[in-house]
Design a protein. Structure first.
Length: 343
């Protein structure tokens, strides 16, 4: 079998392919034939050596997102069988409940463990979930990080209520999933973008209003205007590039900002008076548990939702996929597939 490996901080030059024996599953483990895997921003951070969490040394098989087919099971497995189409939860030990600690739940694929840019991988049966029937392997491979993070951002405290206003920022993977989920909950969605060509695409995906942040740099004022001065009930804040201050100012009294990513280091110099006067709740979050993933998959199946995919690359062109992800401004997920790609 073949697998790709990168070094933490080694840049794209460190991406190499290695040959291995196909591993055998042990007790309560499954052998997965990976059919597709997808990119997240964390993969760029690992290349640069700036990912803040531990990364396996001397190198790691990248990509935390993936889906495939179970081809063998070890003794005692009850959650899957050969032939099952499954998707993998990237935080392999977080099964349910709140995130209580890094040692308990922080073990993750493409970090402390090898990821899914490989032909085969052995996993605990606890980390595999059935794919919604209407999704392809390529679509399912986009779910583990971006979709589960968006789901947690929206529902981690309580589900959004019809008529509430949700604000999503930009067109990254988490934001696009959050937009789709929020519309399916019956909420009013405002989206932002810095690209004029993405305004209509966000509207077609369901955004009720889209604010172009290049033409309206003080976009929190536009959010207030669009909501009659009230602000958004919940903001999915991606902290890239440093949008937290405006997100707080765009939030309604007693509203919530779900913080995806890392709070910027310059937070002490921000004008965050709205945080105090509006009683805004800042909620940093990790991806999500297996229980949240299962609930999300049921929601996706019920509403017939499909992930937005920008491009699909073949397994042999992983380097080209990395280059495209690093250099392009994709609208949707970048996927590497091990199946024939339709032309």
């Amino acid at each position: 079998m073949k697998s790709y490996h990168v070094k933490n901080g080694g840049g794209l030059a460190s991406l190499i392919i290695k040959e291995h024996d196909i591993p055998a599953p042990g007790p309560h483990e499954v052998l997965l034939r990976v059919q597709a895997a997808s990119f997240n921003y964390r993969e760029s951070l690992i290349l640069r050596g700036t990912y803040p969490l531990p990364v396996k040394e001397p190198d790691v098989i990248p990509l935390a997102d993936g889906a495939g087919e179970i081809v063998a099971t070890g003794p005692g497995v009850t959650r899957a069988k050969p032939g099952d189409r499954i998707v993998v939860n990237s935080l392999v030990k977080w099964l349910d409940g709140p995130f209580v600690g890094w040692e308990e739940y922080g073990t993750q694929l493409s970090g402390t463990l090898d990821g899914l840019l490989t032909e085969y991988i052995v996993l605990s049966e606890e980390t595999v979930l059935p794919i919604p029937e209407h999704l392809s392997y390529e679509e399912a491979a986009t779910l583990p990080v971006a979709a589960v993070t968006a789901w947690n951002a929206l529902t981690g405290i309580r589900p959004p209520q019809p008529g509430e206003t949700i604000l999503t920022l930009g067109s990254g993977g988490v934001s696009l999933f959050a937009l789709q989920f929020a519309k399916s909950f019956g909420t009013h969605v405002i989206a932002t973008t810095s690209s004029a060509d993405k305004v209509e695409r966000l509207k077609k995906l369901g955004a009720d209003e889209v604010i172009n942040t290049r033409s309206i740099p003080n976009w929190h004022e536009a959010v207030r205007e669009l909501t009659g001065g009230r602000g958004a009930d919940l903001v999915v804040e991606n902290t890239n590039p440093g949008t937290l201050e405006q997100s707080i100012k765009a939030t309604a009294i007693s509203g919530q900002v779900s913080v995806v990513g890392w709070i910027p280091s310059n937070v002490s110099t921000m004008d965050i008076s709205a945080f105090y006067f509006n009683l805004v709740t800042l909620r940093p979050l990790m991806t999500g548990s297996r229980a949240q993933f299962l609930a999300m998959n049921h929601f996706i199946a019920h509403h017939g939702l499909r992930p937005v995919i920008d491009s699909i690359f073949p397994f042999d062109d992983a380097r080209a996929a990395y280059q495209y992800y690093e250099e392009a401004r994709p609208f949707g997920k970048i996927v590497i597939s091990q199946r024939p790609i339709p032309m």
